[in-house]
Design a protein around this ligand. Structure first.
Ligand code: SF4
Length: 180
């Protein structure tokens, strides 16, 4: 019987998609991996919710609003290995620079600034409310593994996946744990 493929889900919360782009930088190695993996919920598939069982959940970005919290909890509930990918997921990153500034002040500055044409605050009921602070993932759910970097290098993603396929812990050299 063929070995089942590793199911991988990915998402970007308060992130810039740079981590996803780095993942895609695996390039031709992805052709080798694709025989052994399949994508579940991800911007790469446009699947909106995780399947009941996902092997690896890769999440970039910090947690900035209520929808992010719900998405993160879904990943935690359905992913065996949940990975905080990159500085924003690990520490809040650039989006967390807003922490310490009251949300009302932020919204005023962003949408009612003096030089804007027809300034107005977006009020669509589907827009998720902002959290007081942008949080790293581990302040909302338990995280199993972190991939450091902004973004982590493609080699780190590849090693993480290959290690899972080989049922061993990933070994990341220092070059794959840097932040520049
Ligand atoms: Fe973008 Fe860097 Fe944050 Fe990844 S860690 S989402 S590349 S800012």
């Amino acid at each position: 019987m063929a070995h089942p493929k590793l199911r991988i889900a990915t998402c970007s919360l308060a992130g810039c998609f740079g981590c996803h782009m780095s993942f895609l930088d695996v390039d031709e190695a992805l052709a080798d991996l694709i025989e052994h993996i399949e994508f579940d919920r991800s911007p790469l598939t446009d699947i909106k919710h995780c399947s009941e069982h996902v092997d690896i959940g890769l999440i970039e970005g910090g947690v900035c609003n209520r929808e992010n919290v719900e998405v993160l909890r879904e990943f935690r509930a359905r992913c065996t290995l949940l990975v905080a990918v990159g500085a924003c997921a690990m520490y809040g990153g650039v989006p967390a620079l807003r922490n310490g500034i009251p949300v009302a002040e932020l919204v005023h500055e962003a949408y009612l600034g003096a030089d804007l044409l027809n300034p107005q605050v977006p009020c669509d009921p589907e827009l998720p409310p902002l959290l007081k602070n942008v949080l790293p993932l581990h302040e909302v759910v338990a995280i199993d593994v972190t991939l450091a970097g902004c973004p982590p290098p493609a080699a780190a993603f590849r090693e993480l996946i290959v290690a899972q396929l080989e049922h061993r812990a990933a070994t990341l050299p220092r070059e794959a744990r840097h932040f520049d």
